[in-house]
Design a protein. Structure first.
Length: 352
């Protein structure tokens, strides 16, 4: 691993106290971030939380109002985009419609005055990486959405950047294609080993693809961690709600159900729904009774929304192992007991 002058381990991308204001709008409000070499890193958050602005400051399209941006241990805060060893894949791909695929991929190298032979070789290799051999002569209009996405990726990879920045790269694709491309993007990243920093508002996408995730809220990072850490130990009520269903047990309900004060959460798939309210509980379980307010049948699983007698509402997700749609739908308005292992409830301690 590389180190900088002071002997600290260098990161592919480091942000220190980065802020950005546009007039009286604070888009980014003091962000510290370290992305490791070769990492697949997601910036996840709702629309308007500052993700794109952070990405644009890393690329050099925006200058921070305060703070520093480092790439590979070098301060690039004041450097122009073309002096930075990064490339950006935009959501709309921005392909040239009148050029064929090969010309689109070669374009950046041509601007950099790379010779024709090397240009061609590198472009063909980039197209091979994204599995588009044989598509060189097509125009963007003759490609599917997923193929256009891959051309945009090849066009960025051909420059061999240290870091690839991707802003909602799969946002324009329909669900099925998006899921396929998630797997493919991840495989490509593993194969070429460069750092991917990508922006998404889709929690499932971030959980599926990333080594680590930074969860953004209103221009700040609320938590940085692996998918499992962010999902199973959310640092705040915001993270619990944004990366999953918040399922909070708080106030009087916490006192009567768990026997203690505080704010707690249990993930929906950890809750078991039982119609026998006084069946014996396994050692180490907690439980709460309530009334089913809603049943949503979703094929593989069913979602139960339960209003607790102690106050508050929990969502439980049950796999449809045996039950059919008719069975589960009958449970609307039924009295049920929710039970879970104590180790699956977690206290929410971070900023609220
Ligand atoms: P995200 O990518 O998370 O949706 P953005 O970084 O695009 O969020 O935007 C963060 C906030 O900054 C939003 O309130 C947005 O309206 C504002 N913003 C972004 N760019 C500009 C700009 N060029 N001028 C004024 N406000 C902007
Ligand atoms: Mg954005």
């Amino acid at each position: 691993m590389k180190t900088d002058e002071s002997g600290d381990v260098t990161s592919a991308v480091s942000l220190r106290g980065v802020r950005k204001t546009f007039g009286d709008v604070t888009a980014v409000d003091g962000v510290d971030l370290d992305v490791r070499d070769g990492e697949f890193f997601a910036m996840l958050g709702p629309s308007g939380s500052g993700k794109t602005t952070v990405l644009r400051m890393i690329a050099g399209f925006e200058t921070p109002t305060a703070g520093r941006v480092h790439l590979g241990g070098r301060d690039v805060t004041r450097q122009a985009p073309f002096d930075r060893d990064v490339n950006t894949v935009f959501q709309d791909y921005a392909l040239f419609p009148h050029m064929n695929v090969l010309a689109n991929v070669e374009y950046g190298l041509k601007v950099k005055k790379v010779g024709a032979k090397e240009r061609r070789e590198r472009a063909l290799r980039a197209l091979e990486t994204v599995r588009l051999e044989g598509f060189e002569k097509r125009r963007p209009g003759q490609l599917s959405g997923g193929q256009r996405q891959r051309v945009a990726l090849a066009r960025a990879l051909v420059n061999r950047p240290k870091v690839l920045l991707l802003d909602e790269p799969l946002g324009a694709l329909d669900l099925k294609l998006r899921e396929e491309m998630q797997v493919e993007l991840k495989a490509i990243q593993r194969q070429i080993g460069i750092t991917f920093l990508f922006v998404t508002h889709d929690q499932e996408e971030a959980l599926t693809m990333s080594d680590r995730i930074a969860v953004f809220n209103a221009g700040r990072i609320e938590q940085i961690g692996t998918p499992a850490e962010v999902y199973e130990q959310p640092a705040s009520a915001f993270v619990a709600g944004f990366v999953g269903t918040s399922n909070l047990i708080e106030g009087d309900a916490a006192l009567s159900i768990l026997g203690r004060k505080g704010v707690y959460s249990v993930r929906p798939e950890k809750l078991r729904v039982d119609t026998e309210l006084d069946a014996e509980l396994p050692e180490g379980d907690h439980s709460a009774t309530g009334t089913v307010a809603e049943v949503v049948y979703a094929g593989a699983a069913t979602r139960f929304v339960v209003d607790l007698d102690a106050g508050g509402r929990l969502v439980a997700m049950q796999q449809n192992l045996q039950a059919s749609s008719m069975d589960v739908l009958k449970l609307r308005d039924a009295r049920v007991r929710l039970a879970w292992r104590r180790e699956h409830e977690f206290s929410i301690t971070g900023p609220m």
